[in-house]
Design a protein around this ligand. Sequence first.
Ligand code: CP
Ligand code: NVA
Length: 295
Amino acid sequence: MRHLLEVDDLSEADLVSVLAAAANRRPERILEGRGVALIFEKPSNRTRNAFEMAVVALGGHPVAIRGEEIGIATRESVEDVTRVLARYHAIVAARVVEHASLEGMASVDAVPVVNLLSELSHPSQAVADLLTMQQRWGTLKGRRVAWVGDANNVARSLVIACSMVGVDVAVASPRGYELDEATLDAARSRGVTVEVTTDPYSAVGGVDAVCTDVWVSMGQEDEAAERVEAFRGFCVTEELMLRAEPDAVFMHCLPAHRGMEVEASVIDGPRSAVWDQAENRMHAARAICEWVVSE
Ligand code: CP
Ligand code: NVA
């Protein structure tokens, strides 16, 4: 049984295959007559729409379910929820408040489980982001990417994904918001360089892509004031982009806050890849669904 809780649940070879499959716009209808449960304990625009349309493209029927409708661990245990959904669906995909819920779903091993974002990781976003880079650059290996801002769920999955395809990374975060050691060790063990700094200008020097995300993730609203204070100086500005390669792209998983983590002229300017990233969520979703149901 295949599950995708973090991007390194794929082997490096699987990741290459998934990226190739994502480019195939005429997929076989491998989910014909089958359902896919899409559970959302947190809001979503891109992920829900991307996965719904991906499932439809594969001939399947997506059923989107809000977290409160099934009440994981309140109305019913996560294991029982999954055992039941496995009787209707080819895949159970979930955006959860606690990553442990995904682990509980996968532990039942009754149906492939896909992570649609947890507080720890966002693997389908990372696949879409690599796809976006590959479309622009052709070859990924040897490229350099900077992450500026919160070393959050999106950052963690992106750093792991980059390390799996030979992309070096520099991460600039304020103290207290850095990438965890386990992720750094795992990425570095694959042979890439992962530089950690508190200086965004040093991180973006000569990179091919500058990536960022919100300063306040879903579920962190109580910390908003202190986070906004801590991340001052971590806005991706035009001035910051000047330090990157002349053709470097700006990337953001969205939703974005102009004037906070990114200057409007950057996200709305010629270097921005954000709309391609958003579209690529759907192509990545299709390839991920194909991978989890394949032998
Ligand atoms: N990037 C992303 O996951 O967007 P949503 O939260 O809108 O799904
Ligand atoms: N880090 C953000 C990503 C949203 C797609 C969050 O978790 O809210």
